[in-house]
Design a protein around this ligand. Structure first.
Ligand code: PLP
Length: 744
């Protein structure tokens, strides 16, 4: 029944998209393209190089000195397509050299005349090498983009400088005495970034021929509308039905969980970057690293590069209080701290949730409203609220967020943080019960087809989640693991190829799985150390291969985000290490449902142990660690980070650097931290607690965004809901009426 409702719901979406022709899901796009294959190709059509682009052109853009002309020649040779050099076209039209023209009319007029000439060109099925300045003329680039696939030859500044130094550069727009190549280069980048469909990340020493091959690989991926698919961890490879069922990124973002109860994973392996490509990113800022990696993992049909860029800049631009976004700091000996708490709500959840709402808004079919529903015991709530609050006004008309948190079992500061978000499209409601009740009730609501069906029909509203079950929440987390490694190179701690270990306080297994993915993409991580609190199912699992919930009862801890019974993302990991054995995964997780237990085969356990080491520690050990680290270094760890520190002390052999992942700012659990620091009289008031932490003059410094948030609330204002599912449902309905139906 649930399945049926899901399916009709899906079909309803699709149909509506067809009718409206507003950003349609890739599924529909594909059906259309099969009927009218003007531009994109199916796999079989991609087999010969010349049929790669249909009637389109391959258009190369890039900085002066990037090698466009030479690379175009090779691309022409391989594909058999004619090559057109815009420089030559211009010189023929103007009857003079480009340098002469530039001298004669000056930069501005030059760009204009250049653009006008290009707009008159009618070219098809060719390889076009643009001039370096074309992308600065918008309407001519529209013309180029309409008739071709724009490929950006992304060459490093150092390479460009080297190549231009020996050349006569009197033909380069904007490069006059007093302007350095570096300035010209940085200025130009904004234009290049605006237009490309495919980026080729060139590495030092690439020959033109090698770059040409990369161009064709990139174009091939771009043209292959059937690549970039997702499957469920429980789908069976031989089952051709499932294999064919197209789930694209766009679908996965909106659906969250797969229909068979499994989790979505890419059907193909994650792309691996070469050492040279990684090295290109060593000097790049976080946003650029994120952009490159996400581009490689998200097919341009789902989210084009230019839209991805906007999202990344918005997510990791000004919202983070540290411009390095995810800085790495030396703690002592071989230990480093990765600070993931500079986001607006001070936990690493911001890395997923500053990005996810934007992806969601981009991918959602514009036919109904969406209510993001979340039960939270801590950091997720405020991160979800904050992320969705930052959407554009138009998107906020269609997407609203309601979170439920246990009124009594959550830190003062976290509660204050959450209820401070009471604007426009988001709201947090306290429930007179514990987290388990909140979560179970929300789950029941999601799997109650009558209720969800009612919301869809009555209010045109669909329910969605926003947690690490969703691939689009997990993916952005891969970036900071890679970024850490690059920063360690920057700091001279390692050189590329050296190994590092990471130690991660783990709950739902998303952060740690993202480290595994970073490793798959080519980051040389040796061991990934899984740190748990006393609720240590994962420690036992990694040590014995038994995932056993039979004798376990959850105990409340000072690190509640780690008090997880079923770590959902273990399923994705087992799918990965079993090389996509959906049958096995299916069997294991239905056993877990029915018998609260499974054991993985020995061969699999060995593979698990090649990746992971696991350990746990007690609350007292964490509190002691916070105290002793503060005394010896002046640095204050939060409870989760302290756990990772204790486990790293025990499990790391000191052979290589170990990165201790700090998942939250100490201010989030200020009361516990102050207790650990043996502060005598701890105020009950959140703001006083923060000030008290701050008065210790230690690192990390105070989290300004959190302090500001807390200044905005009066705890008494919070709305409290009785522990009754029907009250929760009433709350949901009322919220939908207010937000989407404009009922006061
Ligand atoms: C959510 C959370 C964790 C657990 O992360 P997973 O990716 O679910 O393993 C750890 N620390 C903090 C502070 C968190 O908020």
């Amino acid at each position: 029944m649930t399945r049926l409702i899901h399916l009709t719901h899906r079909l309803f979406h699709r149909y509506a998209c067809d009718q409206l022709l507003i950003p349609m899901s890739r599924n529909i796009a594909l059906t259309f393209l099969k009927m009218y294959p003007f531009s994109k190709c199916s796999k079989s059509m991609l087999s010969t190089p010349s049929s790669l682009v249909g009637e389109k052109n391959i258009v190369l853009q890039g900085a002066p000195g990037a090698g466009k002309t030479t690379v175009a020649m090779f691309v022409g040779q391989i594909t058999g397509l004619p090559v057109i050099d815009i420089n030559e076209v211009l010189e023929k039209t103007w009857h003079m050299s480009v340098a002469q023209k530039l001298q004669e009319v000056g930069d501005e007029l030059f760009l204009q005349e250049e653009g006008e000439t290009i707009k008159k060109l009618s070219i098809a099925r060719s390889v076009i090498s643009l001039t370096g300045s074309n992308p600065m003329h918008p309407s001519s680039m529209y013309h180029m983009k309409k008739t071709g696939i724009v490929v950006y030859l992304d060459v490093s500044l150092e390479d460009i400088q080297q190549r231009l130094e020996g050349m006569n550069v009197d033909h380069v727009v904007g490069l006059r005495p007093g302007v350095s190549i570096q300035e010209m280069f940085h200025y130009r980048q904004q234009f290049y970034h605006q237009w490309y469909d495919v980026r080729v990340l060139c590495q030092v020493g690439d020959t033109a021929e090698a770059v040409a091959k990369k161009v064709l690989d990139g174009v091939k991926r771009y043209q292959d509308s059937e690549s970039g698919k997702f499957i469920s961890t429980r789908s069976i490879a031989k089952d051709s039905e499932f294999r064919r069922a197209p789930s694209f990124f766009t679908d996965v973002v909106i659906e969250g969980l797969a229909l068979d109860g499994g989790l979505y994973v890419p059907a193909d392996q994650l792309p691996e970057l070469t050492a040279g490509e990684w090295q290109r990113l060593v000097g790049a800022p976080y946003t650029e690293r994120a952009q490159v990696l996400l581009e490689k993992c998200i097919h341009p049909d789902d989210v084009p590069a230019v839209n991805l860029r906007e999202m990344v800049v918005k997510a990791y631009g000004r919202n983070f209080s540290c411009n390095k976004i995810a800085p790495v700091r030396h703690l002592s000996g071989s230990q480093f701290i990765l600070e993931l708490f500079h986001g607006p709500t001070a936990s690493f959840k911001d890395f997923a949730l500053q990005m996810f709402p934007q992806l969601f808004a981009y991918c959602m079919p514009r036919i109904c409203n969406y209510l993001i529903l979340a039960a939270t015991s801590g950091d997720t709530g405020s991160a979800v609220l904050d992320g969705f609050l930052r959407l554009s006004d138009a998107d906020k008309q269609r997407i609203a967020v309601l979170t439920f948190f246990p009124e009594e079992r959550i830190s003062q500061i976290q509660k204050a943080q959450m209820i401070s978000y009471k604007a426009e499209n988001v709201k947090a409601v306290g429930v007179k019960s514990d987290f388990d009740f909140c979560q179970t009730t929300v789950k029941q609501i999601f799997t109650n087809p009558e209720y969800t069906g009612f919301l869809t029909v009555e209010y045109g509203t669909a329910l969605c989640t926003a947690d690490s079950i969703n691939w689009a929440c997990l993916l952005p987390q891969v970036v900071y693991h890679a970024s850490t490694y690059l920063d360690l190179i920057n700091q001279g701690v390692i050189t590329f190829g050296d190994t590092v270990d990471v130690c991660i306080p783990t709950g739902n297994f998303s952060n740690i799985l993202a480290a595994v993915y970073a490793k798959c993409m080519g980051i040389p991580i040796r061991k990934i150390i899984c740190a748990s609190n006393q609720n240590n199912t994962l420690t036992d699992f990694i040590r014995t291969g038994k995932y056993d919930l039979r004798w376990r009862s959850m105990t409340a801890s000072l690190s509640p985000t780690l008090d997880v019974v079923k770590s959902s993302n273990v399923e994705r990991y087992l799918h990965l290490v079993s090389h996509g054995d959906g049958q096995l995964v299916s069997k294991l997780f239905s056993q877990l449902e029915e018998q609260c237990y499974f054991q993985v085969p020995n061969t699999l356990l060995q593979r698990v142990q090649r990746n992971f080491v696991a350990d746990w520690c007690s609350e007292e050990e964490c509190l002691d660690a916070i105290y002793s680290v503060y005394r010896s270094t002046g640095y204050i760890l939060d409870m989760h980070t302290a756990l990772a520190k204790v486990v790293a002390d025990r499990q790391h052999d000191g052979i290589c650097p170990v990165v201790i992942v700090s998942t939250a700012h100490p201010c989030k659990s200020a009361a516990a931290v102050l207790q650990a620091l043996r502060v005598k009289e701890i105020s009950q008031h959140p703001i006083d607690q923060l000030q008290m932490l701050n008065s210790l003059n230690s690192l990390p410094s105070i989290h300004k965004a959190v302090l500001e948030r807390l200044g905005k609330v009066h705890i008494q204002e919070s709305q409290v809901c009785p522990a009754d599912p029907s009250d929760i449902m009433d709350n949901i309905e009322r919220f939908i009426q207010q937000k989407f139906m404009n009922v006061a």
